[in-house]
Design a protein around this ligand. Structure first.
Ligand code: FES
Length: 156
């Protein structure tokens, strides 16, 4: 008798759960139609940036530029012919990617707050000033860069 009561009690719980579970899943399905968990940001171009004349608008929320959100993050942005670096305190600097020595554009690395041109070893600080390099090498050419709400505007 005791086993029979236990069986009926468990069977009732299962039936109730199945009933509620079914309603619950229907409710969840209905809710997912109303709001996507990751709505697309229609303002961000597919490439993560746009160009209007000499003005580049760069979206740091885009995966191609997202590492610029952190201090020390940098990017060789070849499409814009520039080097970008986050120097901290929400400041991003932009420079021409043409090395002032002989114009190499694609051999850059960045570490310890310094740019290094791999072509002949010129080194620049994160303000673009030459630290060391072949004789006569000047500073990097800097561009005006303004960061606001994860949108970087660079004017060449
Ligand atoms: Fe960069 Fe020579 S071109 S060091």
């Amino acid at each position: 008798m005791k086993d029979r009561r236990k069986f009926l009690k468990n069977a009732g719980s299962t039936a109730l759960f199945a009933s509620l579970g079914s309603s619950f899943f229907i409710s969840c399905d209905d809710a997912s139609d109303d709001a996507s968990p990751n709505p697309p940001d229609n303002n961000v171009p597919e490439e993560g940036y746009s160009v209007d004349g000499n003005v580049y608008t760069i979206y740091l929320t885009h995966s191609s530029f997202s590492n610029l959100q952190s201090a020390g993050g940098w990017k060789r942005f070849d499409e814009g012919a520039m080097l970008l670096v986050n120097v901290g305190q929400n400041i991003i600097r932009a420079f021409s990617n043409a090395c002032p020595h002989q114009g190499c554009k694609t051999s850059w690395s960045y570490s310890n707050e310094k740019f290094n041109c791999g072509c002949h070893g010129a080194i620049f600080d994160n303000s673009g000033n030459i630290i060391t390099g072949p004789g006569g090498t000047g500073d990097l050419t800097s561009h005006n860069a303004v960061l606001k709400d994860n949108v970087l505007t660079v004017t060449k």
